[in-house]
Design a protein around this ligand. Sequence first.
Ligand code: ZN
Length: 142
Amino acid sequence: MTPSQLSGEFEKLVRQAEAHCGRSLEVALVLWKPEAFPYPRNYAFCSNPRYGAEFGAWKGCCSICVAPKILQADTARVHGVLMHEIGHAVDFLCTPGHPNHGSERRADDIAQQIWGIPIKYDKDTVQSTCCGVHPRPAHLGL
Ligand SMILES: [Zn+2]
């Protein structure tokens, strides 16, 4: 997938999340530096909107930073990762107080509410829309 195809997929998912939430979502996709993703299972993270500007977007915006290796991933992984991260962004932007506790499974629950499919964890413990286990295994952190 090229960077512009990735942006296209991201924009489509954000529009669907906005339609579900009934509001606009301040969220940006940032292709981030590979050093920020030290482990094989690390593909992306979502910044607290307070720190959006530190990740190449702007203050008040959730930056969804993705590893360059996501461009080599299959579509089910790309969608699983992006849906999970958009789940975090919706949680940050729309849950009052956005408690940290339980935020990983909450991100998956929000994604499932929006898209109607469970976020699975594949053989590499990376999010996927097609393959693996659901809910998120506890050893990955909840
Ligand atoms: Zn997460």
